[in-house]
Design a protein around this ligand. Structure first.
Ligand SMILES: O=C(O)c1ccccc1NCC(=O)[C@H](O)[C@H](O)COP(=O)(O)O
Length: 209
């Protein structure tokens, strides 16, 4: 299973978190986020990492020129679209960056809204389900309604996100079967400052599951 730790700011934490077992690290390229990182910060965080680790840039409603510039200059290997990007936008992004994994995040508002993931099946590689918050785009610590996801079995691999912590992860995985999990605030001291003891506890719990 893929394990993504998102919202990394400090280069030394990226190496430590990869060493603890993360398969993917997320870098927030959304300027309004307290976890926002510049191209230079991403380069510094990515430099010591092995090729096996996925380096995911998180964007929200950015244009293709900007995404392409950040991805190609920083060394990111995947793009997570966390805003209101349409399937048409995803198709154009694929044409611009054919080698890069595209992950479409959906901030799930309702069961009906969840069905909109069907529109992305042919145009992205991976889906990510996050919790909806009226004021914040992500990193909210808010948990999804797992009951609502019981029947969610898309044709694409998917990440479960939203309020996951070392304390609730086993409960989540005993109810749902995502291909990956994504944690941010549940393993932090404060936005962008990851708590390595909590990250270690997460992998300890995952290893016993
Ligand atoms: O984390 C942010 O600050 C953020 C800001 C704007 C768009 C997306 C953002 N995060 C996206 C993520 O992938 C987070 O890992 C995801 O929302 C889960 O966060 P959390 O509930 O804190 O585990």
């Amino acid at each position: 299973m893929r394990v993504k730790i998102c919202g990394i700011i400090q280069p030394q934490q990226s190496l430590a978190i990869a060493a603890l077992g993360a398969t993917a690290l997320g870098f927030i390229c959304v300027p309004t986020s307290p976890r926002y990182v510049t191209i230079e910060q991403i380069q510094a965080a990515i430099a010591p990492l092995s090729d096996k680790i996925d380096k995911i840039g998180v964007f929200a409603n950015s244009d293709i020129t900007e995404i392409s510039h950040i991805v190609t200059t920083s060394g990111l290997t995947a793009i997570q679209l966390h805003g209101d990007e349409s399937p048409e936008f995803c198709t154009q992004l694929r044409q611009a960056l054919p080698q890069v994994e595209i992950i479409k995040a959906l901030r799930v508002r309702s069961l009906e809204h969840l069905q909109t993931t069907n529109n992305y099946i042919d145009v992205v590689d991976t889906l990510l389900l996050d919790a909806y918050h009226p004021q914040q785009l992500g990193g909210t610590g808010k948990t999804l309604d797992w009951q609502m996801l019981q029947e969610f079995k898309p044709r694409l691999p998917w990440f479960l996100a939203g309020g996951l912590t070392p304390d609730n992860i086993i409960d989540a995985l005993s109810k749902l079967h995502p291909n990956g999990i994504d944690l941010s605030s549940g393993v932090e001291n404060s936005p962008g400052d990851k708590n390595l003891d909590k990250v270690a506890l997460l992998f300890q719990r995952l290893n016993t599951f």
